[in-house]
Design a protein around this ligand. Structure first.
Ligand SMILES: [Zn+2]
Ligand SMILES: [Zn+2]
Length: 316
């Protein structure tokens, strides 16, 4: 079945690309034996097809970047490499950040930042750090009447929305947040309206404390907004997902705690205001799960050592 899909993809069948992408989300390892063939046919997009690339394919992608003979493919080659999250990919990105490969002057982002497309980063000491967890759970919306004492947004005066309230007594919470090092109750409150315009940060404490960060900078394009009630919904834990890659920013039922984000645009892991390093990813709440006509997705992030949480939003 995979062989046939690969054959269709190499002759330009977009539906087959969609089907292979689905395999990359559910069982990426099934694509491993076929990635060499995709590379032979210059099928590099979407980069997530290469999630389970083996060392041989990673070496070939690195060699292609070094060779510089396909400058138009450089961006796609680097995104695919990021998705492999392979140690050899980390070595290559580090090397290229010091000695840029041919064509790097045409790139719009720092070459090391490509790692974020695959959910990892290289820290200032040169060590690789995963920004995401390996286990994901369904996040199901449950009615949550707004508390009358809820804090309000200092910009638009809307009551803040509790986008997550995670109980450490739930073993799944510990598993989903293992990569963040967090222990304790995690509450992330944000303005569901203003978060659509800029990344909103909050200070969080292990007793479930959450406070608007006074350093948030109001964007110029955020006009004088009326107050708007936030969703009267709070995500609660559902079943474990088959793979960490099954969050959906588009589909109903796509909201997910842990695992990897489904970015609508480029990867948007925000930098922590405390240390300027990328924050750890917590989960995604899809607009389709909040409202019948909802779109886009809210992405939740955390940096435990600095005590910051963040929420940002993407839409098509
Ligand atoms: Zn607001
Ligand atoms: Zn930090």
């Amino acid at each position: 079945m995979i062989e046939e899909l690969v054959r269709q993809v190499t002759v330009g069948d977009d539906d087959a690309v969609e089907e292979l992408s689905l395999v990359a989300d559910t069982e990426p390892g099934r694509l491993t034996p076929h990635l060499g063939a995709l590379l032979d046919h210059d099928v590099l997009w979407p980069g997530k097809l290469y999630r389970a690339a083996d060392a041989d394919v990673v070496r070939r992608v690195v060699a292609r970047v070094d060779g510089g003979r396909t400058p138009g493919q450089l961006n796609h080659l680097l995104v695919a490499l990021a998705h492999t999250a392979h140690p050899l990919a980390g070595d290559a990105l580090r090397r290229w950040s010091a000695q840029p490969p041919p064509g790097a002057d045409t790139l719009h982002v720092d070459i090391l930042d490509y790692a974020r497309e695959g959910g990892w980063t290289v820290d200032p000491q040169g060590h690789r750090r995963d920004l995401c967890g390996d286990t994901a759970y369904e996040w199901i919306m449950r009615e949550a009447p707004r508390r009358p004492d809820a804090a309000t947004c200092p910009w638009c005066a809307s009551p803040l929305w509790t986008a997550a309230d995670l109980d450490p007594a739930e073993p799944a919470v510990g598993v989903a947040l293992a990569h963040t090092g967090w222990s304790g109750r995690l509450v992330i409150a944000t303005c569901h309206f203003c978060a659509c315009y800029t990344t909103l940060y909050s200070r969080v404490t292990p007793d479930g404390g959450t406070d608007w960060w006074t350093g948030n900078t109001r964007p110029d394009h955020l006009g004088p907004a009326g107050t708007e009630d936030p969703p009267a919904l709070l995500p609660v834990l559902g079943e474990v997902r088959q793979s960490p890659y099954q969050a959906s920013a588009w589909e109903r039922g796509g909201s997910t705690l842990g695992g990897r984000p489904d970015w609508i645009q480029d990867a948007g892991h925000p930098d922590c205001p405390g240390c300027r390093q990328p924050m750890d990813y917590v989960g995604l709440v899809g607009g389709a799960d909040l409202d019948e006509y909802g779109e886009g997705a809210y992405y939740l992030h955390l940096h435990r050592s600095c005590g910051f949480a963040a929420v940002n939003y993407q839409q098509s």
